[in-house]
Structures are given as structure tokens and as C-alpha cells.
Design a protein around this ligand. Structure first.
Ligand code: ATP
Ligand code: MG
Length: 322
């Protein structure tokens, strides 16, 4: 059953001299028990999309168009109070920077209690909070409740952030770069924790990352973003073994986790992201694409091939493997 569905979502930021179109006409869905990865280069709109999924966008951002459905209900159409009630219980988010997610002058226990207490007083009991911290692998969880955020390592803070998101057993968990701020050892530990969650947490999980190894380890399906659009979507297997979009191919060719070229040097994608205050009418990747042709200047039709497989490219084969 579909837990979260994003329909034709467009989000823009007010910037000097105009509007920056950070998320452009994105449609995605994720079902219970499924893990969806969202990947793409820095600045392609991953965090903006994730924040829009919980409607917690920064000031200056505006949802220009679209719907975010949780179990069929369009969250964006609800009152702020109704949205607050859904947040935490239906959908919860782990933000990109675990330090900024905490208040530095309050203990972990106090923050967790405030967070869940607004929804359900019983959940705010210290024993209950400590139990949840134990479940995400925090040693001596009862003592951790009395600590301040700066007293914890980055990995432990990230575990607390994940525990906080899970406290109300949401239907959908969204994690924005859950491992990026961490060193390699802690990253491996958080990946391990997230992998455990796949079996113990029965909701849907959305993981935003630019780390292909995280996608390969944790996800069932993946959406590849470029310049605010989803340019390709499919199972992890299909995307990694049969990428159709030239951007996906270039991204995979750049990542040391996926291929180590025999030359020993990693290729990079030449060129830069387009100016998102004036996105092109046609394919946004065309200026960097070795296959670009005149047709790419016109709006690109989305090609679908079987359940959940789609590609936004003129050159992609019609009706490939699903
Ligand atoms: P990263 O991998 O670096 O986290 P991202 O894929 O999460 O990048 P976003 O942070 O969503 O990308 O940014 C998408 C676009 O929106 C970028 O062009 C960025 O500069 C712009 N942007 C993000 N936040 C703001 C903001 N608060 N005000 C104006 N523009 C913003
Ligand atoms: Mg981001």
C-alpha cells in the first residue's frame, strides 16, 4: 500500500532577482516496507524535496504546485495544526545536519520528551525514551537522557535523531543524508542500524544521499535527481546495472564505490548545473551530455517502462526492462 505519494511537486526559493526552481514537477511514491533512495549531485534539490515531504521548508521557500499524500490525504491542503498532528505520527524526518536539529541548551531527554509529549504524554516517560535509545544502539541509554547534544559524538547524535524520528512509530521515515556528516566507521555503523530498521520498522523509508554505496546497501528503489527533476527512477538493480539516462550513467561512472576505472583516475562530469532561476525548456542535462542533439532543446517526454521505471530522456530506449 502506498504510504507516501508526491504528485507533480514544484518548490521554489525567493532569491534576489527572481525565483530559484529547486524542485520541478517531481512525482514519486513509496510503499510500506519499501526503502526509496533519492540521489544526485549537490544542489540538485534532494533536501528541498525531502523537506517538502514533511512541509518543513525553510523561510523563502514556496510550494508552487503539487500534492504530498500520506495514506491518500494531501498534507499540503491541511491546516497547520492538522499538519503538526500528522508530523511525527504519520511522517517523521531526520535532517541533514544532526547538530542543528537539537537545542544546545536542553538535555537529550528533555528534548525527546518535549517532542513526543506534545502528541502523547505516555511516550514521554523516561523509561520509554531510554528504551528507544537502546533500540538504536545507544549504550547506557538512561544516562544519555541527561546529556547535552555537544557531549555526544556525531554518530551518537545521529542515532538520537533517528530514535526521535521513530518514537511515534511513523508510517514514513525520511532521512536526509543520514551518514554524510560522519566519519567512515560511524557511517558504517549508521548504515548497519538503518539496515536493521528495514526489518524492525514496517513503515516506508526515504533515504536522501549522494553516496551510491548507501543506496546499494539500503534501498529497494532509487530516484535520480538532476537540476530539480527526477531524471530516472527504477529498482536499485535496474539503475545500477542498466542505467538509461546519460546523467545516471555519468554519475555511476564517477563513483569509486561502483567502479574503479583501470586508469586509476576517476572521471568527472564536465560542466555545471544549469541556472535554476531560468531552467531550460528542454533537457537540463543537455549542455553536459555527450549524446545531446537538437531534439533535446524541446521539452522531454517521460518514458515509462514497467512498474516504477521511468526515464526523462529523448535517447532512452522505448519500453526497456522494468
Ligand atoms: P546537497 O547534496 O548539497 O545537500 P541538495 O541536493 O540537497 O544538495 P538543495 O539543498 O535542495 O540540494 O538545494 C537545491 C537548490 O536550491 C540549490 O540550487 C540551492 O542553492 C537552492 N537552495 C537551497 N536552500 C535554499 C534557500 N534557503 N534559499 C535559496 N536557495 C536555496
Ligand atoms: Mg541536501
Amino acid at each position: 500500500m502506498t504510504a507516501l505519494q508526491v504528485e507533480n511537486l514544484s518548490v521554489s526559493y525567493r532569491v534576489p532577482g527572481g525565483e530559484l526552481h529547486a524542485v520541478r514537477d517531481v512525482s514519486l511514491s513509496v510503499t510500506r516496507g519499501e526503502v526509496l533512495g533519492i540521489m544526485g549531485e549537490s544542489g540538485c534539490g534532494k533536501s528541498t524535496l525531502a523537506a517538502a515531504m514533511v512541509n518543513l521548508l525553510p523561510a523563502g521557500a514556496r510550494i508552487a504546485h503539487g500534492a504530498v499524500r500520506l495514506d491518500g490525504t494531501d498534507m499540503l491542503a491541511l491546516s497547520p495544526a492538522a499538519q503538526r498532528a500528522l508530523r511525527g505520527r504519520s511522517v517523521a524526518m531526520v535532517f541533514q545536519d544532526p547538530m542543528t536539529a537539537f537545542n544546545p541548551v536542553l538535555t537529550i531527554g528533555r528534548q525527546l520528551a518535549d517532542f513526543v509529549g506534545a502528541h502523547d504524554r505516555a511516550l514521554a516517560r523516561p523509561e520509554r525514551l531510554a528504551e528507544m535509545l537502546g533500540r538504536v544502539g545507544i549504550p547506557d541509554a538512561a544516562r544519555c537522557l541527561h546529556r547535552y547534544p555537544h557531549e555526544l559524538s556525531g554518530g551518537m547524535r545521529q542515532r538520537v535523531a533517528i530514535a526521535a524520528a521513530l518514537l511515534m512509530q511513523p508510517d514514513v521515515l525520511i532521512a536526509d543524508e543520514p551518514t554524510t556528516a560522519l566519519d567512515v566507521t560511524m557511517e558504517a555503523q549508521i548504515i548497519h542500524l538503518m539496515r536493521d530498521l528495514r526489518t524492525t520498522f514496517h513503515g516506508a523509508i526515504v533515504i536522501v544521499t549522494h553516496h551510491l554505496g548507501v543506496i546499494a546497501e539500503l534501498c529497494d528503489r532509487v530516484a535520480v535527481m538532476y537540476a530539480g527533476e527526477v531524471v530516472e527512477e527504477g529498482t536499485v538493480d535496474a539503475i545500477f546495472h542498466d542505467p538509461q539516462h546519460p546523467y545516471t550513467r555519468a554519475l555511476l561512472a564517477c563513483d569509486p564505490a561502483v567502479v574503479v576505472p583501470s586508469s586509476g583516475r576517476l572521471p568527472t562530469i564536465g560542466g555545471r548545473l544549469p541556472d535554476l532561476t531560468a531552467p531550460p525548456r528542454g533537457c537540463a542535462f543537455a549542455p553536459r551530455c555527450t549524446l545531446a542533439e537538437a531534439a533535446c532543446e524541446a521539452p522531454v517526454p517521460r518514458r515509462t517502462a514497467g512498474a516504477g521505471r521511468s526515464v526523462l530522456c529523448h535517447s532512452a530506449p522505448q519500453g526497456g526492462q522494468g
